[in-house]
Design a protein around this ligand. Structure first.
Ligand code: HSE
Length: 315
């Protein structure tokens, strides 16, 4: 089969940090996500032709648009003889803590790799998406892009050199993510974090993170629940999320394994042992946000284990 002229790729939203793994752990969701269509052009270079679903807020400038930044870096790295036109379809809220900028970059770079005949393996595409994250929020964190690209839970053992590890996904695990109608910019949510942490907090955090990883290998959901604690980012960032304490209380009362902020917020996620628990907890979390004066959207999802998928192609 010859290389396609155009492909449309869906890349999933992600929950980064997963409580105790600030900047080093994330997982992919089945929904929501972004769809990006990339079409080969004769001339070199990258043009963003359209963006939908963003209320006109995202830049078309290829130096700033995350899909374009990732695609351009890829094309330069492989010495591509062609350029591309990109159409971005945002299917998730911006500045929501669901890895929106990463999903667009992952979809674009996966698509452009296919147009080029697939010279690189999925994990080799990660550095291009990190350039996009850096352009979007000033920080090249990988805990959204890596799970969106690879699917499942992904651990970033090291950034220099980049060393990422896919972790097992226990069967039946379900997630409720509630996105309250308020925005938190990742850049701002990073700026307010303390630059140093107390040794006692570090001990709790790495104990929880190590146990969380062990729980995924063991399929031990009770241990997973005990490990979903964040003493580093959540205490500070929750101040940016009206009603957070009540939302978390409502989730825990509904029987979730654990609940914390999704990425840099304001979305809040709860991991659950079964889909019906996620459904109940999600409704309770929506209600708790309502009591705090905020409307919200609920996303119920299993953990996505596939990463990006092709929705359409033109040969
Ligand atoms: N780890 C990043 C942060 C994820 O929490 O700032 C941003 O979505």
């Amino acid at each position: 089969m010859s290389n396609p002229r155009s492909v449309t790729v869906f890349a999933p939203a992600t929950v980064a940090n997963v409580a105790s793994g600030f900047d080093v752990l994330g997982f992919a969701l089945e929904r929501p996500g972004d769809a990006v269509t990339v079409r080969r052009t004769e001339g070199r270079g990258v043009v963003v032709t359209s963006i939908s679903g963003d209320d006109g807020r995202l830049p078309k400038d290829p130096a700033k648009n995350t899909a374009a930044v990732a695609a351009r870096a890829f094309l330069e790295a492989v010495g591509s003889p062609f350029g591309v036109e990109i159409a971005v379809e945002k299917r998730m809220p911006l500045a929501s803590g669901l890895g929106s900028s990463a999903a667009s970059a992952v979809a674009a770079v996966h698509a452009v790799n296919l147009l080029a005949g697939g010279p690189l393996a999925p994990r080799e595409l990660l550095p291009f998406t990190l350039l996009a994250e850096k352009a979007a929020c000033g920080s090249a964190h990988a805990d959204n892009a890596a799970p969106s690209l690879l699917g499942g839970f992904v651990l970033i053992r090291s950034y220099e050199p980049l060393d990422v590890l896919r972790l097992p996904v226990p069967p039946g695990l379900a997630c409720a993510v509630v996105h309250p109608h308020t925005e938190v910019k990742t850049e701002d949510a990073r700026r307010i974090l303390k630059k140093e942490i107390r040794l006692a907090d570090a001990i709790r955090q790495w104990g929880n993170l190590a146990a969380l990883v062990a729980s995924l290998y063991e399929g031990d959901l009770a241990l997973l629940g005990r490990s979903l604690q964040d003493v580093v980012a959540e205490p500070v960032r929750s101040l940016l999320i009206p009603g957070f304490a009540g939302v978390k209380r409502a989730a825990l009362a509904a029987g979730v394994l654990g609940c914390s902020i999704s990425g840099s917020g304001p979305s809040v996620f709860a991991l659950c042992a079964a889909a019906d628990i996620a459904e109940r907890a999600g409704a309770a979390m929506v209600e708790a946000f309502r009591a705090a004066g905020l409307g919200s959207d609920l996303f119920l999802s299993a953990v996505n284990t596939t990463g990006p998928v092709v929705l359409a192609r033109e040969d």
